[in-house]
Design a protein around this ligand. Sequence first.
Ligand SMILES: Cc1cc2nc3c(=O)[nH]c(=O)nc-3n(C[C@H](O)[C@H](O)[C@H](O)COP(=O)(O)OP(=O)(O)OC[C@H]3O[C@@H](n4cnc5c(N)ncnc54)[C@H](O)[C@@H]3O)c2cc1C
Length: 433
Amino acid sequence: MTSPQWTNWAGNQRAVAREVAEAGSAERVAEIVGRVRESGGTLKAIGSGHSFTGAARTDGVRLAPASGRYAVDREAKRVTVPAGMPLHELNRVLAAVDLALPNLGDIDRQTIAGAISTGTHGTGAKLGGLATFVAGLTLVTGTGEVLHASPTENPDVFEAARLGVGAVGVLTELELSCVDSFPLRADERPMPLDTVLSTVDELAAANDHFEFYWFPYTELTSVKRNNRLGPDEAPHPLPKWRQVLDDELLSNTAFSVLCKLVRRAPALAPRVNGLSARALSARSYADRSDRVFCTPRRVRFVEMEYSIPREALTEAFAGLRRAVETCGVRIAFPVEVRVAAADDVWLSTAHGRDAAYLAVHQYVGMAYEPYFRAVEAVMRGLDGRPHWGKLHWRDADSLRASYPRFDDFVAVRDRLDPDRVFANDYTRRVFGD
Ligand SMILES: Cc1cc2nc3c(=O)[nH]c(=O)nc-3n(C[C@H](O)[C@H](O)[C@H](O)COP(=O)(O)OP(=O)(O)OC[C@H]3O[C@@H](n4cnc5c(N)ncnc54)[C@H](O)[C@@H]3O)c2cc1C
């Protein structure tokens, strides 16, 4: 963390910082921000580097996440945590007091500040992304002011900062609304693509958390359905050997070998994808929610993910399939499809509409741009919104048209960071200079 050299998880973003500092208290951050502003420099708070975009890149001052004290209000089901706390630590803290976040994404390595700042989400037709769980926040602005914000205190700051791509300030503390801890029953099984597509609305409506993976060039999918256990049902976690076999050997070690094979011989992609799909056999188990939501991801990839209005899913998927066939590159990774409920977060990819998400991936070191760009063209035609932390080629002008509150966000940014202390190439591209 103290080296000026920085690279993100996927290895596709690199930067060398002029100075590295640790975040810490709001007062300490305010002092650092004030110094940087006076010198005309820039500063970026970073999380754990899991964004594929250059959202966290800086050649100015890099502010690394710091640990700190947290507080739990069990009765109100609220926690106040340092913004740089990693999700896996947050999950442990919550489980110890029988609380949990209502939903999570695929992994737990991100910091909570990093996750909300780019609109990280899981899946669930009735649930919003992680930013919708934020009840209050403490922010150091570009003028060095320390602000507390919530739906009733500085509400416009709250809206901009709970999903702000690091562009309006440094989050130092977050207050999160939680729920009583809950075990989930996971059901994962192969299903033919046409069955999934013809029943996708029912599957999304009938399950607390529904998603599917499609293996390009095949008619095969793997469907995941996670549902809360009934009061009389007892958790039955996977035996350790099965967990190691599925999550480490098949999903990581063996998958990595197959990806390397496709990287060397791209023409093998269709056969290898068929093999990957068949290797994932059906399984059912029940465990603590965060252990079901999050699994280890050791095979490195790059990713683009688009949100589209839920009713456009079938059309979007058909366009995506055409892009896979015609883009000219071979794809080693499955496509992930998820859903989320409409929310009111200004820059949320689900702002004002129920959303479906289509995520495309490519193994590191393989060509991805023609594939991602072809998929982006399809999603743009359906009023798609790209994930702020995943690759895309949109700029401020085109994003403005997709977000009704875009100019409100820009106005808060102008007020809180008039000298653009928090700017980098990415924020200049997506929000303007
Ligand atoms: C393997 C893998 C799996 C993933 N799974 C999912 C998934 O299931 N769902 C999903 O939606 N996304 C997913 N993502 C994307 C990931 O959740 C986001 O990119 C997230 O932003 C990463 O968090 P981070 O802590 O690494 O933040 P970073 O990438 O380090 O930073 C992201 C942004 O947050 C800002 N930021 C960080 N800390 C602060 C702070 N204290 N104050 C203000 N701004 C701050 C940074 O400046 C930057 O703009 C995945 C990524 C990977 C690599």
